[in-house]
Design a protein around this ligand. Structure first.
Ligand code: NI
Length: 221
């Protein structure tokens, strides 16, 4: 599996989060400030200053959600969730095709995510496009839903043609840097957990969990 989509906030907690973010009127600034050298030429949006109280509090809330969700934890094996940025794009704004920096001040980027906060009916365009071998995959999610994908992929954000697109983007440094290794662990964990749910504990399942843990020790860093 290349990417994972999941609801992170239900409708009412998502609305509450948006309200708090928008209440910070002085914190929104030009997005070119944080783009890498190559990306600076294609980035065009507004973002909430990382040091603002609102950005810090909301980031902590999102990080907690990601690191306590069983499926997301199993998929990402998070060592550090970092670099969270709240961005707002209005008509004419987008983000051209680019690759995220491998190392940031806040950590290594193994996985990238976009948490869609705006209701998709309230803006046109603004889909995240991820380049895959099968062509560009367009992703535009319901409010409160997150997509997590490998940082090794080229991606872009379609130009917004009406309304406003508010999202939170961020990165995950994983205990397992390789996508391939992480995917093997993910399916093994999913299979073992499925068996546990259906049949309960067994000595055979203990052996599978033992192998999972020992494989994670070998593949992790
Ligand atoms: Ni990016």
């Amino acid at each position: 599996m290349d990417y994972l989509i999941q609801e992170l906030f239900d409708s009412s907690s998502n609305k509450d989060l948006i309200q708090r973010l928008k209440s910070d009127q002085s914190g929104w600034e030009d997005g070119k400030k944080t783009a890498g050298t190559h990306a600076a030429q294609v980035k065009n949006n507004l973002q909430l200053a990382r040091e603002s109280r609102q950005a810090i509090e909301s980031s902590q809330e999102i990080i907690k959600k990601i690191t306590t969700d069983q499926l997301l934890k199993s998929f990402t094996l998070p060592k550090r969730v970092h670099g969270l940025l709240f961005t707002r794009s209005t008509t004419g704004q987008g983000y051209g095709m680019h690759i995220d920096n491998a190392y940031m001040n806040s950590g290594r980027s193994d996985l990238s995510f976009t948490l869609f906060l705006s209701d998709p009916d309230k803006y046109e365009g603004g889909a995240l496009c991820i380049q895959t071998l099968q062509g560009n995959k367009k992703i535009k999610l319901k409010a409160g839903h997150i997509v997590i994908y490998p940082s090794t992929s080229l991606h872009s954000v379609e130009t917004v043609t009406s309304g406003e697109r508010l999202v939170c983007v961020g990165w995950i440094e994983s205990y397992v840097a390789s996508n391939e290794d992480r995917n093997i662990l993910f399916t093994l964990d999913a299979g073992a957990r499925g068996l546990l749910a259906q049949h309960g504990r067994s000595p055979e399942l203990d052996l599978i969990f033992q192998s999972y843990s020992n494989l994670l020790r070998r593949l992790g860093n």
